[in-house]
Design a binder for this molecule. Structure first.
Ligand code: ADP
Ligand code: F6P
Length: 320
């Protein structure tokens, strides 16, 4: 098992579940450190029940993680397969995001080694799963932080632009913004030209002000095409507003996982082992309509992540 891509709260709970489920079925379990980079460097150690004691509550990943550009090459993946075979490892669990799953599929197709994926990313940007490990915690963290910013915004009658993570996906912004009662939420999926974005924000602020609102929180997904909150703040300044900015960044990626993420990770980690035992060759263990399901990596690679247009409409209605 390895963790790959950005760490996400709950990855440790998934690691624990894979180890303990595997051992319960009489399987030897190995932990690969530092994702695909560590696999190439043979950073592999056997795991036992104690190696995963006292980790369910910890953020990050005890196995550590990496982004490994080398893994895009066939040569590297051939070496990875040789390392796995050298240790007598005959199946792999990859806990990570869609990028990690592209690597997993390539490795599986080229080596024949079965690889099952567990969706671990705060971004909620993987097709065919309603949930990913870490998203719930990231959203809860974002809401707690925006609640604090709201105190200052209200006390000083201020406009705040709060940038949240999510890479190209607006789901963190949407959920965090709704949960924190933001006046506006900007997501890349809306795909608006920057002048239109600024027009919309200005009319939302003015509308609120006319109703007696004195503070405004605008949640901005980092993937929006106008180039980040600093540029947006400048555009608002040019129109006579005086916004402050707060970039939540990696604060949303760390911290103790929520109850929801611990449960999700424990379930998906356990099912990933069952899937390999039942002879599955490749695919992600995801969740759809409260059911755990298996989806081929091939299908995932072909589809764009879904975005909830309906929820965006709800957000607009609520933020009058
Ligand atoms: P995430 O898994 O969170 O989406 P990345 O997109 O950074 O994060 O992917 C993690 C790692 O997966 C990359 O650093 C690389 O090693 C591997 N990877 C991503 N895309 C591919 C690909 N097309 N082929 C092979 N490996 C890939
Ligand atoms: O995929 C998780 C994520 O935190 C994204 O939200 C963000 O765009 C990216 O990783 C940042 O990656 P890094 O920590 O490598 O800069």
């Amino acid at each position: 098992m390895l963790t790959s891509g950005g760490d996400a709260p709950g990855m440790n709970a998934a690691i624990r579940a894979v180890v303990r489920t595997g051992l319960a079925h009489g399987i030897e379990v190995f932990g690969i450190h530092r994702g695909y980079s560590g696999l190439l460097e043979d950073m592999i150690q056997p795991m036992n029940p104690s190696s995963v004691a006292n980790i369910i509550q910890r953020g990050g990943t005890i196995l550590r993680t990496s982004r490994c550009p080398e893994f895009h090459t066939k040569t590297a993946r051939k070496k990875a397969a040789e390392v796995l075979k050298k240790h007598g490892i005959d199946a792999l669990v990859v806990i990570g995001g869609d990028g990690s799953f592209r690597g997993a599929l390539a490795l599986q197709q080229e080596s024949g080694i079965p690889v099952v994926g567990v969706p671990g990313t705060i971004d909620l940007d993987i097709p065919f799963t309603d949930d990913t490990i870490g998203f719930d915690t990231a959203v809860n963290t974002g809401i707690v932080l925006i609640d604090k910013i709201r105190d200052t915004a209200s006390s000083h009658d201020r406009i705040f632009l709060v940038e949240v993570m999510g890479r190209h996906c607006g789901m963190i912004a949407l959920h965090t913004g709704i949960g924190a009662g933001a006046e506006s939420i900007l997501v890349p999926e809306a795909n608006l030209p920057k002048e239109k974005v600024v027009d919309e924000i200005c009319s939302s602020i003015d509308r609120g002000t006319r109703r007696g609102k004195t503070s405004h929180i605008i949640v901005v997904a980092e993937g929006c095409s106008f180039g980040g909150v600093t540029k947006l703040a400048k555009m608002l300044e040019d129109r006579g507003y005086d916004p402050r900015i707060a970039i939540l960044g990696h604060t949303q990626r760390g911290g103790s996982p929520s109850a929801h993420d611990r449960l999700l990770a424990s379930t998906l980690g356990a099912v990933s082992v069952h899937a390999l035992l039942s002879g599955i060759k490749e695919g992600m263990i995801g969740v759809h309509a409260d059911e755990v399901n298996l989806v081929s990596f091939k299908k995932i690679n072909e589809k764009q992540p879904k975005f909830s247009e309906e929820l965006l409409k709800v957000a607009k209605t609520l933020a009058v």
